[in-house]
Design a protein around this ligand. Sequence first.
Ligand code: FAD
Length: 405
Amino acid sequence: MNKPKIVILGAGYGGLTTVAKLQKKLGVNDAHITLVNKHDYHYESTWLHEAAAGTLHHDRSRVQISSLINSAKVNFVQDTVTAIKPDEKKVELEDGDALEYDYLVVALGFEAATFGIPGLLDHALTIGSINKARQIREHIDYQFATYNNEAEPKDERLNIVVGGGGFTGIEFVGELANRIPELCKEYDIDRSKVRLIVVEGMNSIMPGFDPELIEYAMNSLEARGVEFKLGAMLKEVREDGITIEQNGEKEDIATMTTVWAAGVRANHLVEESTLEDNRGKVEVTPELRAPSHEDVFVVGDCALVWNKEIDRPYPPTAQIAMQEAEVCAHNLVALVKGGEMEKFEFINRGTVCSLGEKDAMGSIFGGKQIYGWTASFMKKVIDNRALFKIGGVGLVLKKGKFNIF
Ligand SMILES: Cc1cc2nc3c(=O)[nH]c(=O)nc-3n(C[C@H](O)[C@H](O)[C@H](O)COP(=O)(O)OP(=O)(O)OC[C@H]3O[C@@H](n4cnc5c(N)ncnc54)[C@H](O)[C@@H]3O)c2cc1C
């Protein structure tokens, strides 16, 4: 009997959770499972802001894929996917090979959305991968290291602008606000010379969060020297500055560091494929399949799932990616071995936003608000739980966060 070929694209939260489930539920004779990822490691995307700020070594957030998969059941291919061809039931890889499939799981994650802002692509940094996070950390270190070594120190080296007061931007700023005093000490710079500015187009940071939580976050960050420009649209990014527009007035801010954290979109390969897309994502069926191609499942940031309660799509998060992956794996097992497919229902377990190593805020268990140490502790529990889902207790013990005091 021919074994069905299951190909999973991407070893992030969605892809690896799917693999972890499949290798438990399927035997070696049930299916050929192939996982494709551009690196030989998985990284915890939700920790990248720490690597970017330099408060966590980037190696802490990456794990060798070979240590997470059962190689008797899963074939790992390290390569970059260059095209998804659902009409031909194949995917093309950078090295020239093509992989054929009976069932495909698209879990290729996110990339920065730049909204056509002039200069953004060329002069802003983004927090999208381990290498991008390292680039940000090294860029900031370089600005501090250079400042006192120039005949005429340039203050713009010490101005850091973060575009976007959403989850990623605020988590990054929280870490950076803690790192700046260390950088100042290391490079003999007066802290008062450093500016850390959040530029947010809406009138509030963290849209969707309760006002009390937002106020808490702003107070915590302002106490550590963060400035907020709210209702301010980023108009242009240059190598040595940005232009914003706030209340109809334009303002130039001199800076040699702009980090863009204001928007993500699905991996461009989704839009370029013949999968039917909505805003660059696949609006999946309740079983998480592409409506135009039943043999293609889509999970994580490439999938669009509608939240009927508020008539808007669910935001892209690791939480939803992992829940989708579990249903996707269940449905693949049902297709391979027989059984009922499940419909996806998102269970909101709450959201906690880190504000630095020892501070956080958020809501859990049906809306209970938490702040400070409790929230920071919960955030570490959430991070460790994600590790557990993809690599069990062993991975938690190896990479987990236990610095709770
Ligand atoms: C700084 C930051 C903080 C965040 N904090 C939170 C949080 O606290 N809670 C939360 O729920 N969510 C958070 N998120 C969002 C969360 O990280 C994403 O929603 C989640 O990673 C999506 O999972 P995914 O499996 O779709 O994609 P990813 O986890 O991004 O995985 C995609 C994988 O595909 C690989 N890949 C990409 N392109 C190719 C290609 N062409 N060929 C081969 N491989 C490829 C990538 O290398 C990667 O391994 C945060 C995101 C960031 C950036």
